[in-house]
Design a protein around this ligand. Structure first.
Ligand code: FAD
Length: 475
């Protein structure tokens, strides 16, 4: 029997779901959220947050290699202790996920622990792990069930020492060697992390390039940097299966040159992610529309079933937490009686390698094809005082400027790129022109000066580098 009725019910408490719950509650709705596994979803438990905690540790270790240059003389080589690092990561995750629970309470959102199943009459059944169940109804439903790692159908993927991004966070020790299958963002970030922790890393990528959506020049520089650190990257490499050989994993690959294999202690599968449709079975029976495995939505984030919205990794989009959250806000606003559209025009993309990469808008290749009149310029970190002072001069900022002085794209590889990209994103969203950025006083010494200098370089009058050298120095 149905006991309670809500204005809005949300299935899944990742960055899409919990943000939409807060947003709907703050608009006066009576809100319930159902979570089957962990508050904060993939992002807080096995994604963004643990990966950044571990990458922070890895980068700190990496930076110690040049400590002597700063006058910091280590008495002995640093010793990395995996269990302590994992404990630090766990503390971070616990704090963040606990924060989500507190936010639910503070916003009067009712939390149901268990697997939520939704039917077309908007009845939600919650199956708890102890076997008990409950049921409630809602006027509007927001589906936010996220995604899970895609495990390619090939021999050996379920073997020992074969991990994915859900299962690689609690290793007892640093792997001696690792083959990472997949050179997308997740694969590259994890490869960068394991390499810095002391693992011999090989990345196998099926496509001709790793990090396919990244600007080619940025990608090329990162590949060079990772290569110098000892990471082997093999492209055009199709993994066919994994076997055991001599106490190691043997990854069989077909390449243009023929069949080859790579041996390592561990294999990390990081090929892609697929939508998690647990609990949506009855909606599919009722005709919930999908497109290549993801739930189809309109620009209001509403599915083809009226009053049922879908957001985040469950739908086609960027596969990014901040996009899931924005979609969640749009769905919540619409579910509580307004009518707003989701805009994908300006999406900042962060990549947490060291150096970091961040980009927004179009790449140089797209600009050359579609906007032949665009001005494209780079400015190197070597000419920025703050970057020199902190010893992080590798990389550059590239801007792509349209004929009205608008920013069509911006690409940063270098220190704190993932924070810096927000300035360009804001400029693009606010339709600012290069003049407005150039006229904005940037504090000194900061890395943000590099963003203004890139704009000045595109205008033909950079301050801290001779104009004609700007492009060359960046390469
Ligand atoms: C290793 C890694 C690193 C990443 N790093 C970044 C990054 O740096 N920046 C970034 O923007 N993105 C990053 N991402 C991507 C980011 O984690 C996702 O885009 C984001 O988590 C999607 O949010 P979501 O709310 O749609 O889904 P999820 O976070 O996947 O949450 C969905 C939730 O729904 C729950 N659920 C599913 N079905 C049901 C059901 N039937 N009943 C109840 N609960 C259910 C799940 O348990 C889960 O908690 C990373 C991902 C990975 C794997």
């Amino acid at each position: 029997m149905t006991s309670t009725h809500y204005d809005v019910a949300i299935i899944g408490a990742g960055p899409g779901g919990y943000v939409s719950a807060i947003s709907a509650a703050q608009r006066g709705a009576k809100v319930a959220i159902v979570e089957k596994q962990y508050m904060g979803g993939t992002c807080l438990n096995v994604g963004c947050i643990p990966s950044k905690a571990m990458l922070h540790i890895a980068e700190t270790l990496h930076n110690l290699e040049s400590a002597a240059d700063l006058g910091i003389m280590l008495q002995q080589s640093p010793v990395f202790n995996m269990p302590r690092a994992v404990a630090f990561k766990d503390k971070v995750v616990k704090r963040m996920t606990g924060g989500v629970s507190t936010l639910m309470k503070g916003n009067n959102v009712d939390v149901f622990d268990g697997i939520g199943t939704v039917d077309a009459s908007k009845t939600v059944s919650v199956q708890k792990s102890d076997g008990s169940s409950s049921e409630f109804t809602a006027d509007k439903i927001i589906l936010a069930t996220g995604s899970v790692p895609f495990i390619p159908p090939m021999p050996g993927v379920d073997g020992d020492h074969v991990m994915n991004s859900d299962t690689c966070w609690n290793l007892p020790k640093t792997p001696e060697s690792l083959v990472c299958v997949g050179g997308g963002v997740i694969g590259i970030e994890l490869a960068c992390m394991f390499n810095a922790l002391g693992t011999k890393v090989t990345i196998l990528e099926m496509l001709p390039d790793v990090l396919a959506p990244v600007d080619a020049e940025v990608r090329k520089l990162l590949v060079r940097i990772l290569g110098k650190r000892g990471i082997t990257i093999v492209t055009n490499a199709k993994v066919e299966g994994i076997e055991d050989e001599g106490g190691q994993k043997k990854v069989n690959v077909s390449t243009e040159q023929g069949a080859v294999s790579y041996n390592a202690e561990y294999v990390l599968l990081a090929v892609s992610r697929r939508a998690n449709t647990t609990g949506l079975e009855k909606l599919f029976e009722f005709g919930l529309d999908t497109d290549r495995g993801r739930v189809r939505v309109n620009e209001h984030m509403e599915t083809n079933l009226p009053g049922i919205y879908a957001i985040g990794d469950l739908v086609h989009g960027a596969g990014l937490a901040h996009v899931a959250s924005t979609e969640g806000e749009v769905a919540a606003v619409n579910a509580t009686g307004q009518n707003v559209k989701m805009s994908y025009d300006v999406i900042p993309n962060p990549i947490y390698t060291f150096p970091e990469i961040a980009f927004v808008g179009i790449t140089e290749a797209v600009a050359r094809e579609k906007y032949p009149e665009a001005r494209i310029e780079r400015f190197p970190w070597t000419a920025i005082g703050k970057a020199v002072a902190i010893g992080e001069t590798e990389g550059f900022t590239k801007v792509i400027i349209g004929k009205y002085g608008e920013i069509l794209g911006a690409h940063i590889i270098g220190p704190d790129a993932t924070n810096l990209i927000t300035e360009y994103s804001l400029a693009m969203r606010g339709e600012l022109t290069v003049d407005e950025i150039a006229d904005t006083i940037h504090p000194h010494p900061t890395l943000s000066e590099g963003l203004r200098e890139a704009i000045l370089a595109a205008e033909g009058h950079p301050i801290h580098i001779p104009p004609k050298q700007a492009a060359r120095a960046a390469r």
